[in-house]
Ligand binder design. Structure first.
Ligand code: ZN
Length: 428
């Protein structure tokens, strides 16, 4: 059956004018809609209960609504990010990013390579509209068409989430961003073996920095070129959430280029209020100024499972039962800055420094007292009630907010002086 035959049949079963039906059919087929699908659309259009127009309407980006079935838009391509996903059991390469016109921006997913690149102006015909996070998003698939426009489509630069091409500072990156470009220095990098989809996989992970801040990164391709202290441009990274903070991901599609010039990186962590940081779900590398309210159980000298590193409870690991314990030291301190509270977790090194002695020294003190808790007690009497400048990674999980602490320094301001200054303010 050709289009004419289909039109004939539709016209007689639906009781409508054949020329009208045929023109609708031809229109859909011109947008690469398979003929069977087109016939179904026409049936819906002329059916008694639904009045949905089957032919995609041409829209400005800000007018695209989640209830639109499909639309045609003329836009500038802002970013293009490539990624492999598992789709119905197969590996498929998809392209994701942002499109814009003068009225706004919209995210898209393209299920095949239409060949467009950042900066291109294109008309996308018959793009499906779906909802993502309450916002409309374009689905560009088999039945869509992409035609290059010769005239450049203008966009409102300051309304874009990033410049055309995707260059973004680390501070501005958000989970969900695709096809971004960052210029960074690698601060830390380590090789790890993980149990991935295809068995054991070697990856690289670490920390990168630019002039705006620091973020964790993972290179799923474990590129040998990457090393600490060197600067690179990562072109086409995607951002995921890791412990509440953005994480930069390099896929096999990311291109890595060594930069010949040094880049100015910041050594300072972002200063935050605890309440705000906890509400945001987590922040990587922050600095807070807070007072220690309490040193929690499980601080001081502790024992860990040699298998999984969990702290033992009464000599037993939750997972591995009775094991030969490994000694360790840590502090879990509840700190508060007036806006909220978080548990600062200090590793062995920081704990030794607040205790004022090595773990071996602490062990012999505990042996002499025949009680390990004397160490936690000593730490408690040193830090509770004092104010500290604390730097680390803040994360929030079902048990509460934790700050994996990297720096823990008492502020110059001691409680007596603070009380005195408050008193002066009150009396002056
Ligand atoms: Zn264990």
């Amino acid at each position: 059956m050709d289009v004419d035959d289909h039109a004939e049949e539709l016209a007689s079963t639906l009781g409508v004018d054949k020329t009208e039906v045929k023109s609708d059919l031809e229109n859909l087929v011109a947008y690469s809609v398979p003929v069977d699908e087109a016939v179904q659309s026409i049936r819906r259009k002329y059916g008694s209960d639904t009045g949905n127009a089957a032919v995609p309407s041409t829209k400005d980006v800000d007018a695209v609504d989640i209830d639109d079935g499909n639309v045609t838009v003329t836009v500038r391509v802002i970013t293009v990010g490539c990624r492999t996903i598992q789709y119905q059991g197969d590996e498929q390469v998809i392209r994701e990013g942002i499109l814009a016109d003068e009225t706004g921006t919209i995210s898209y997913t393209a299920w095949q390579d239409f060949g467009f690149e950042p900066g291109d102006s294109v008309t996308i015909g018959n793009a499906g509209v779906r909802e993502w996070d309450g916002q409309p998003e374009l689905n560009i698939g088999q039945s869509s068409t992409v035609a290059v426009e010769t005239d450049s489509i203008s966009v409102v630069e300051h309304d874009l989430p990033c410049p055309i091409g995707g260059h973004t500072s680390l501070l501005e990156l958000r989970p969900g961003n695709r096809g971004r470009v960052v210029d960074v220095e690698i601060i830390e990098i380590e090789e790890r073996v993980i149990d991935g989809r295809d068995g054991e996989t070697t990856i690289h992970s670490g920390v990168i920095a630019d002039g705006s801040g620091r973020l964790p990164f993972t290179d799923w391709g474990a590129r040998s070129i990457l090393s600490s202290g060197e600067t690179y441009r990562f072109d086409d990274v995607y951002i995921r959430e890791f412990r509440g903070a953005p994480q930069v991901n390099l896929s096999t599609f990311t291109t890595v280029e060594s930069l010949s010039e040094d880049i100015e990186i910041t050594d300072d962590a972002k200063q935050v209020e605890i309440g705000e940081a906890v509400d945001s779900g987590g922040v990587f590398d922050v600095e807070i100024i807070a007072t220690v309210l309490e040193v929690r159980e499980g601080s001081g000298l502790i024992e860990r499972c040699p298998e999984c590193n969990r702290a033992l409870q009464g000599g037993q690991c939750r997972e591995h039962g009775a094991v030969e314990a490994k000694n360790d030291m840590r502090v879990k301190a509840i700190v508060d800055d007036g806006t909220g509270a978080v548990t600062a977790i200090l590793d062995r090194e920081l704990t030794e420094s607040v205790y004022g002695g090595s773990m071996d020294e602490a062990m012999s003190v505990a042996r002499e007292a025949m009680d390990k808790s004397v160490i936690a007690e000593e730490i408690r009497s040193t830090i509770v009630g004092r104010e500290y400048r604390i730097r680390g990674n803040l994360s929030v999980d079902e048990y509460g907010a934790n700050l994996e602490t990297a720096e823990f320094e008492q502020t110059s301001d001691d409680p007596a002086t603070r009380a005195q200054s408050v008193l002066e303010e009150v009396t002056s």
